[in-house]
Design a protein around this ligand. Structure first.
Ligand code: SF4
Length: 427
């Protein structure tokens, strides 16, 4: 039976007290988002204004393709800049001029701030304005911060997309309602979701980010938007400031999550309920069958999410509702109550919801509850494995295609595989 009504928002964990942690954090910074964003926008270039540490992070996270022109780089802030002996703005302008002369195919240049650029208070917003004067209309210059000061790594995408919103054009007067899907998805997944949306009968649909960075969709009071990623609070706010209306829904993970997400669009666009059901039924059944493969490994197993990617709450809901897992604690770096309401309502009341990080105390709680699997950052996984815990790297969930009906089985397998491996090693 296909869900016919929006989730009831005052159930489950909706009103349980949230444990707020404000201690030491173990997360990557927002520069990490460049790894997937540069693939999503092939005509854009990401120039990080940062230190050698930033350059190392990017190179090790994204790899360096020696046979291709990379579409990201770091303008290194040297000691002379830090000491105020050189004019960092002049040096930045020089680097940008050289880059754009050498790479005429670049249509959008992102100037990405970092911890060092923020420490020396290099005003990249002003630099972007200054450079735009020289390079528009050929190249659009956009700035955002990917710094690790008070951020977690998925906030890089949020900052990038929020920075694009002011460049989205106004819709025509009296424009028809349009659907906007917000969040970077692998092209193949985006195509699957777009096909479903169009099959529902919603013809006017577009995505942010757009594959051609300059072809941004219009936004205004006629825009209804669905978040595809749960870490886009600032982008959502920027869209709402332009009059767009957020469609509240669970995130599109698993058979139920994807159905409910599409259902929110169908309701907003007055799609006939029977038609909705007939469009989603094949994908939903495929997803349910694919999940069966992992169910034996996951049903009844306990899971502990340390705060890392901001995907924690939707994934915990998916694993609990569709595979019978028991979420002991679900930590998230930031809790957006409104965006997470449909997720919280579907988690059991016994689950501890925590926001922020105090890594030592959280590790103590992992040790005390001895979960079957712990989802955590790279730096915590090996020490926990050494203590006999089974772990899953949170960042792998961001880099893998996991949204939509056709990825539901693979998503479940990402959790089932480490448990299966543990069981085999134990025998
Ligand atoms: S932005 Fe900050 S946290 Fe990220 S690599 Fe650079 S110095 Fe490190």
């Amino acid at each position: 039976m296909i869900a016919a009504a929006p989730p009831v928002l005052d159930q489950g964990c909706a009103s349980v007290p949230v444990l707020r942690e404000r201690g030491q954090r173990e997360v990557f910074c927002g520069l990490t988002g460049i790894v997937w964003l540069h693939r999503k926008m092939p005509d854009a270039f990401f120039l990080v204004v940062g230190s050698r540490t930033c350059a190392h992070l990017l190179q090790s996270a994204a790899g360096v393709m020696i046979f291709a022109e990379p579409r990201f780089a770091t303008a290194i802030i040297e000691e002379r800049d830090l000491a105020g002996l050189a004019d960092a703005n002049e040096e930045l302008d020089r680097v940008v001029r050289r880059l754009l002369a050498r790479r005429p195919e670049i249509r959008t240049l992102f100037l990405v701030g970092s911890c060092p650029s923020e420490v020396i208070k290099l005003d990249l917003a002003r630099a972007a304005q200054r450079l735009a004067g020289a390079f528009l209309p050929d190249v659009r210059i956009v700035n955002y911060s990917g710094s690790g000061i008070e951020t977690t790594f998925t906030q890089g995408e949020d900052a990038c997309l929020a920075a694009l919103v002011p460049f989205m054009p106004e819709p025509a007067v009296g424009a028809e309602p349009e659907l906007l899907i917000v969040g970077a998805l692998p092209d193949i997944v985006e195509d699957q979701l777009l096909r479903l949306v169009r099959d529902l009968g919603i013809a006017r649909v577009s995505c942010l980010p757009a594959r051609e960075s300059r072809e941004l969709p219009a936004v205004g009071p006629n825009t209804r938007f669905l978040l595809a990623q749960p870490f886009l609070g600032d982008t959502a706010q920027a869209l709402e400031d332009r009059g767009a209306v957020h469609l509240s829904a669970p995130f599109p993970f698993g058979a139920e999550g994807t159905t409910d997400w599409l259902h929110a669009a169908a309701r907003a666009f007055d799609i006939d309920e029977m038609h909705f059901r007939s469009v989603v039924a094949p994908g939903r059944e495929r997803a349910k069958r694919a999940l069966e493969h992992s169910r034996a490994q996951l049903e009844g197993k306990s899971i502990f999410f340390l705060p890392d990617s901001q995907l924690e709450l939707p994934l915990a809901r998916f694993l609990h509702r569709e595979l019978g897992m028991v979420p002991v604690e679900v930590g998230t770096p930031y809790l957006h109550r409104a965006h997470m309401a449909p997720e919280l309502a579907q988690l059991p009341e016994t689950t501890v919801i925590s926001e922020g990080q105090d890594v030592d105390r959280q590790l103590d709680r992992v040790r005390a509850s001895r979960p079957d699997i712990t989802v955590c950052g790279l730096g915590l996984a090996n020490p926990l494995e050494a203590e006999g815990f089974t772990t899953k790297w949170a960042i792998e969930l961001v880099f893998s295609p996991i949204h939509g009906f056709d990825q539901a089985g693979d998503l479940a397998e990402l959790f089932a595989r480490p448990i299966r491996r543990r069981d085999v090693l134990r025998v």
